[in-house]
Design a protein around this ligand. Sequence first.
Ligand SMILES: Nc1ncnc2c1ncn2[C@@H]1O[C@H](COP(=O)(O)OP(=O)(O)OP(=O)(O)O)[C@@H](O)[C@H]1O
Length: 518
Amino acid sequence: MSSSTAQTGAGPATGPGGAPAIELRGIGKRFPGVIANHDVDIAIAAGTIHALVGENGAGKSTLMKILYGVQKPDDGTISVNGSAVSFATPADAIAQGIGMVFQHFMLADNLTVLENVTLGAEKLHGIGDAARREIEAISERYGFGLDPDELVESLGVGERQRVEILKVLYRGARIIILDEPTAVLVPQEVDALFANLRELKEQGHTLIFISHKLDEVLSVADDITVVRRGTTVASVKPADVTSHQLAELMVGTELPSPSTEESTVTDRVLLSVRDLEVRDALGRVELADVGFEIHAGEVLGIAGVEGNGQTELVEALVGMRRLAAGSVHLAEEDVTGWSTRQRREAGIGYVPEDRHRHGVLLDAPLWENRILGHQTRPPSVRRGWIDVKGARRDSTRIVEQYDVRTPGIDTTARALSGGNQQKFIVGREMSGDPVLLVASHPTRGVDVGAQAQIWQHIKDARRDGLAVLLVSADLDELIGLSDTIRVILRGRLVGSFDPQTVTPQQLGSAMTGAGEDQ
Ligand SMILES: Nc1ncnc2c1ncn2[C@@H]1O[C@H](COP(=O)(O)OP(=O)(O)OP(=O)(O)O)[C@@H](O)[C@H]1O
């Protein structure tokens, strides 16, 4: 146990040089109908790893956007290394040595590491040998293992993230903000990321990251700030709290404890996939020999490192990809040649992996988003016409049942926090009694309390016979929710595991191919 004590509010934590690397005092930010931040006080010591935790919509991203010059605060002051600053744009923050790594990587796949890193920063070291030397030096110094001339499209998720970190280091960042950096990583990659973060810290950098994974926060952070309903409510040391206590600080109440459940798997096959093959536009095989069944009342979990065919599998099932071979049966019906619309009408719910591309219309109000993908089914239509009242009523129900934090159903999806957008999408796709739910990362970016609620909704529907294909990067979710777990590797299903007995480490090994020889 550390001798440090939990503080309420943030005291003047000082770094080696005296002043904190970052000090936020009295920060406030309002949006129409919402107070995103108020009275935020945080001091972040130089050369430390500082975690920011809090419920969906608590105001974490807004705070980080203020610190990176994306949003302007209405109140309060920001100091960097003891000097007051004011940022009109991210360029101002970068000039002060602050960099940000977003959750959605912003890399061009068809360019090399060097081209991605120098893009927009040509003035620093050009785009030739000087730049290459600098990139190699940074990669070497922090143990990133990146080759400047490698194409980004051939890199794995963890490597891409290192390119993003390298990009901000290249631009001179000493203070690096990471928004949910572990959401897309497998356990081994998380370990590698944390090793990189610790190395950066050793060399004097200050790291600030947002996470919903409290165990990880406890393992890597030096300090943790808890944000609740827009303001900082506690600042604690990892040694002084458990993940359960941390969760309670976040939500302000006790958390429901998970219930163990009897198996609900029936012998009625709802989805039957045989010899599925999918090819890309150039004819390269993306999925091969994929076959499985899901019964009514069963959750089939798919584990895999991102980019191993999950996207193709999910899109093939919902009718967004043509099959090169194989068949898909929903209940007794051969749906292989059916359109997405026909499949949805037959009762397939779909939670897409990229909520901004396929899940919501960001500039449309929530009630219109209720209709998206459900244009031909009640309550969105009545006698062939869009039923505005029905859609509005059902949107209100989703907001209540899924605890979507929003001023109302006329608010645009864009104005919701990421986790709240996700809750709305899951609520919509669980509407109208689907027979099959095809869900990609249904709780990505969702806080622990809301995650438990979504799991419960899925379990309840499973008890009523819902079949679920669950693709998730969260191995605890896969283990907690699935009846069987299959591992996908390079477009093939390579392993089958019993969630009752498998460990995250075993899954992680199978996912990276380490268990291939078994
Ligand atoms: N551009 C915007 N316009 C209107 N409201 C916004 C905007 N951005 C954020 N908000 C609101 O501000 C509040 C805080 O949102 P923020 O994204 O900071 O939360 P968060 O803690 O990062 O949540 P999550 O964990 O879900 O990502 C939310 O109520 C959100 O709806």
